[in-house]
Design a protein. Sequence first.
Length: 90
Amino acid sequence: MRLTALTAAMVMTAGAAWAEEKTLDIGVSDALTGGGAVYGLPQTNAVKLAAKEINASGGIKVGEDTYMLNVIAYDDKANPTEASNAVRKL
C-alpha cells in the first residue's frame, strides 16, 4: 500500500514538472494601423512566424531549460509618443 502511494505521488509530481512550460516574451512595437501599417504588419508577422517555427521545433534551449517564445505586439501607429508608450509597456 505504501509503495503504491509513493509511486503515485512520484508520478504526479513528475507530471507536474513536465507540464510546466517556460516562456520567453519577445516584444514588438510597430505600426499595425494607419499609413505605417504597410511596413509594420509584415515585420510583426515575420516575428510571429519565426516564433511559431522555433516553438514547433521545440523552443530555445538555455542551459538546462527550454523556453517557448511568446510574441507581444503593440501598435505604435508610427507615432513617436505611441512608440514610447509601447516600449514602456514591454
